[in-house]
Structures are given as structure tokens and as C-alpha cells.
Design a protein around this ligand. Structure first.
Ligand SMILES: [Cu+2]
Length: 348
């Protein structure tokens, strides 16, 4: 068993793009010039970066991941997406915490099954994009570089001024900075908002944006599940569905969790072209924190209906060891790839 500190950057996100320096290093003035960002409010020098220190948070028990195949292409592994939280690089400016994220739009191929590959448009080489995580009241600064084959943008959900709402296309090779306060706390999302938006999201340009409450949440084994669809023949219908990018992945590779351990799921429905999807777990009930905007649950259920862009925190623990499926209760969606299972490991 491994112990992971809750609310800490346990996994270092590996940037796929060489233009972008490691997250602990500042962008040099030269790199900023190259990206067209110099003079846009950033001073390349005198930026002291530091990694978020986890502090003295209690511990949650998280099973180690056994060997899982990485055959889905670089950055396209749902198991590495699952518990990967990008806390950005943190620095202080005028007494405030600034959390800086780097997002690069690009293209790469996802193998949906042994026969079908899909030319994705994505953020940082992965579908879904990185799960960005801040604390309520932080200042969020997102450095966006478009290296994709089309114009793209970054539109965040949350409360912010119009000029950083991300509906203005950023052309190929260009960069933009989006800066705003992290509010309100909850589970949010970001996605490309360049028309036709359905196509840009359907190609893979979306990710989760978590704003933690000021005092955090109780320790838990936290994970992200994002539902999405793939319209591979462009007939305005989804032929495939997936959790975290890859159809049926968690059926073939069950998610290990411990018996009686509090699980905190951050669930987002990013399925375009279908009006809604449900989310159901087997042999259990979850507590629902709608949009993650409360510290007390509003209801309990074993199935919840989510329109496109709906997202919630679902908490539960499994009493008995064994394998338990989770999936939308619309079986046509589940059987086309949006299905997975937990493997509950005995604590006896
Ligand atoms: Cu786009």
C-alpha cells in the first residue's frame, strides 16, 4: 500500500510539448518572445516559482497501480488521467497566491479499439485535458498556446470578466493569457469555445477545473471520471463513448480502491450530441454534492442524471470486496464504451 497525501500534487504532469519548459521552471523571456507572450503582462525575470507544499493534511489510503498497458499513445492513458491533478506552479504576487497553468492545444491519434483510431484535438497531448486544480480565492493564470491545426480558445466555467471568457478564437501558432480569480468553489470545466463548439469539444478539447473550498475537504481517495462521446464518421451521432478518453478501458483495467475507504469521484459529463447521460454505480449508494458547490450532500442515490457539462462530487465507500461496475444506465451508451469497474481490495 502507498500513502498519498490528500490535496497534494502526487503525480507530476508530463508535458508532451517541448516548447513548454518543465512546470518548476519559469518560461524564459526568449521562450515568451517565441510564443508571442512577452509584453503581455508577464515579466520573464523575477518570477519565483515554487511547487505547492502539501502541508500537514491527513492521509487517504490509495492502492498502488499495478502494471497497466500504456498502449493508448502518449498521454492517452485513462489510468494516469484518473488521479492526476495539476496544481500549476504557485507564486506570490502582492500578497496573493498566483497559480499558473500552461495549456498547449495540439493534435494526436487515439486508438479507440483495435480497429478504430481517432484524430483527436487536445490539450497537453491528452484527452481529457489536464485536471486543473486551484483553491477558492487564488488568482488563476493560464498561459495558452495553440499548436493545433485550427483556431481554438479556452473557455472556463466560473465567475470572471468578459475579456477572459475565452470565446475569442486564438489562431494557429498564437498564444493567449487568461487570468481570473478562482471562484466559486466547486467542480467546473474548461473547453474550447471556437465554432463549431460541438466539433471542437467532440474532438477532445475539454478538461476539468476543480476549485477547492478554502479549508479543503476531508481526506479521501480522489479521482476524476469524465464521460465523453466520439463521432468517428461525422454523422452527428456518437459511435463510441468513454470514461477519461478511452472506450472500455476501466472494464479491462479495473480501478483499484480499498474496502471502507472514502472515495471522492469528480464526475463530468462532456458527451456532445446526446442531451444527457446518467451515471450509476453497482451495489452501493453515493452522496451527491451538486456541482461540488456545497460541503454537505444534497441527496443520496445510485444513479444521477447529468446534462452536457453537468458535474458533481459523488462520495461513497464499498463495504464488501470484489468487482463492481459503473456506467451510464442508458445501456446503448454504456455498451459503446462508457463502462468501467472498481476492484475493491480487502482490508482484512
Ligand atoms: Cu477548438
Amino acid at each position: 500500500m502507498q500513502l498519498f497525501r490528500n490535496k497534494a500534487p502526487t503525480v507530476v504532469h508530463k508535458m508532451q510539448n517541448r516548447l513548454i519548459p518543465g512546470k518548476d521552471k519559469p518560461w524564459s523571456r526568449r521562450q515568451l518572445m517565441k510564443l508571442g507572450l512577452a509584453g503581455a503582462g508577464l515579466t520573464g525575470a523575477a518570477i519565483a516559482f515554487q511547487t505547492l507544499k502539501p502541508g500537514t493534511t491527513p492521509l487517504a489510503r490509495v492502492p498502488p497501480l499495478r502494471n497497466f498497458d500504456g498502449a493508448t499513445g502518449p498521454g492517452m492513458n485513462p489510468m494516469s488521467v484518473l488521479r492526476d491533478f495539476d496544481y500549476g506552479t504557485v507564486k506570490r504576487e502582492n500578497g496573493r497566491t498566483i497559480r499558473e497553468f500552461r495549456i498547449v492545444a495540439g493534435t494526436s491519434t487515439i486508438q479507440l479499439n483495435s480497429a478504430v483510431s481517432f484524430n483527436s484535438w487536445n490539450f497537453n497531448g491528452r484527452v481529457p485535458g489536464p485536471t486543473l486544480r486551484a483553491k477558492a480565492g487564488d488568482r488563476v493564470r493560464v498561459l495558452f498556446l495553440n499548436q493545433g491545426g485550427h483556431s481554438h480558445s479556452l473557455h472556463f466555467h466560473g465567475i470572471h470578466p468578459a475579456e477572459v471568457d475565452g470565446v475569442r478564437p486564438v489562431s494557429q501558432g498564437a498564444a493567449a493569457i487568461y487570468e481570473f480569480d478562482a471562484e466559486p468553489f466547486g467542480v467546473h470545466l474548461y473547453h474550447c469555445h471556437t465554432a463549431p463548439v460541438t466539433r471542437h469539444i467532440g474532438k477532445g478539447l475539454y478538461g476539468m477545473f476543480i476549485i477547492d473550498p478554502p479549508d479543503g475537504r476531508p481526506p479521501a481517495d480522489e479521482m476524476v471520471l469524465i464521460m465523453a462521446g466520439y463521432d468517428v464518421n461525422e454523422d452527428k451521432r456518437n459511435e463510441f463513448y468513454a470514461f477519461n478518453g478511452k472506450p472500455d478501458y476501466y472494464m479491462m483495467h479495473p480501478i483499484p480502491i480499498y474496502q471502507n475507504q472514502l472515495i471522492r469521484l469528480y464526475v463530468l459529463n462532456m458527451i456532445e450530441l446526446d442531451p444527457a447521460a446518467t451515471f450509476h454505480i453497482h451495489a452501493n449508494f453515493f452522496r451527491v454534492y451538486r456541482t461540488g458547490m456545497s460541503l454537505t450532500p444534497s441527496e443520496q442515490s445510485d444513479v444521477i442524471t447529468m446534462g452536457t457539462a453537468d458535474r458533481h462530487i459523488l462520495e461513497f465507500s464499498y463495504r464488501y470486496p470484489g468487482k463492481y461496475m459503473f456506467h451510464p444506465h442508458q445501456d446503448a451508451i454504456a455498451e459503446a464504451g462508457c463502462m468501467g469497474q472498481f476492484e475493491v481490495i480487502s482490508q482484512g
